[in-house]
Design a binder for this molecule. Sequence first.
Ligand SMILES: Cc1ncc(COP(=O)(O)O)c(C=O)c1O
Length: 430
Amino acid sequence: MSEEILEVKERKLKVSDMAENLIGSEIITLAWQINEMIANGKKISNLTIGDFDPKIFTIPSELKDEIKKAYDENQTNYPPADGTHELRRVVSSFLSKRLGLDYGMDEILITSGARPVIFAAYNTMVDVNDTVIFPVPSWNNNHYTHLTRAKAITVETKPENNFMPTAADLEPHIKKANLISLCSPLNPTGTVFKRDEINDICDLILNENNRRGENEKPVYLLFDQIYWLLTMGETKHYNPVVISPEMRNYTVFVDGISKAFAATGVRVGWGYGPKSIIDKMKSITSHMGAWAPKAEQVAVSRYLGNDELVDSYLENYKSEIIKRLDGFYYGFKKLKDEGFNVDAIEPQASIFMTVYINLIGKKKSDGSVIKTTKDITNFLIDDAMLALVPFSSFGASNDSVWYRISVGTCGISEIELVIQNLRTALSKLS
Ligand SMILES: Cc1ncc(COP(=O)(O)O)c(C=O)c1O
């Protein structure tokens, strides 16, 4: 006997205001749109996404071997909620050796990449309707603020400060702040805080917390240093707790292997901070089930404990990144010298760099005039076959003509091609 399948009319469902108004990642959306154009036969250099092409940037081969080995050992059950004992021990010693940071194993939380650390930190330190201050351009703070149902105060940073926020930028808002979220080396700019700049921000936070006293929630600092191993040349990475030890009470760090070892898909990250905060974050991530896979944790603990392997990987990996960043930097400077209205900020760290492409008012060969940043972005894609993310996608104002170049998917031969295509397209403007 056959049963008739009833067709159920799809009902438009109401969801929470938070979910209704949450926007996905603008960068991932743009990157996929470009990938689709490429799949349809268009030739575009896609330098949008902050990820790696694993054929160009592979994870350390010893880490890969350790991951396979851990699966062969059947390391496939639930890991402890805060991460395996061994990985927390190795991370603790890594931080102490390389950064001078003293965090015990119960002050470290291992998660599936760094994102759950950020989500849990926001939810631990920020209440509904609290205020989060963050600089723009910056990565995803707008979304985490929204997910926490908090209010955002954004501070637009300036090219003359390498797009890093200063204490003076933050000061007008400090009394309202519950959390300040900072990142260095910064995504999207590839620039870092100088020692004095962090020191002044720490003073601002400490003064405000002394004023508030013990019965009021302090201003916390979320300090995302996931790119700290990727500094270039003379650039030094500084962190607030080494510079100003009292900041230890108020700081939660975001960190992990995703960027430092080209391992975005391996999903092992960690946060560290005061034990009372890390404990709460652990409860949140364990309810989310956001622990890193057990075998990957076992493998990372075995790999990260081997200084020689780590150093030799980083030496080669960083030199490949620098080649690309320098290639674009000098390429843009050359275009500037040739009279085009472009510029670049010298790359300091990470896999990103900042370029300026101001074509407002220029006339294209079809007679149309470039009027907005969106027009510039589209001109780059259509005429220069180059896809970059505008800083407006990182919260900067819509008329910003600054862009991020990401080199994680870029082959060496692509650099000259990008610069030449850009030169050709720019030459056709009047
Ligand atoms: C500044 C920053 N923090 C954190 C992350 C997230 O890292 P993960 O992939 O480990 O979640 C990213 C990824 O793009 C990032 O740019």
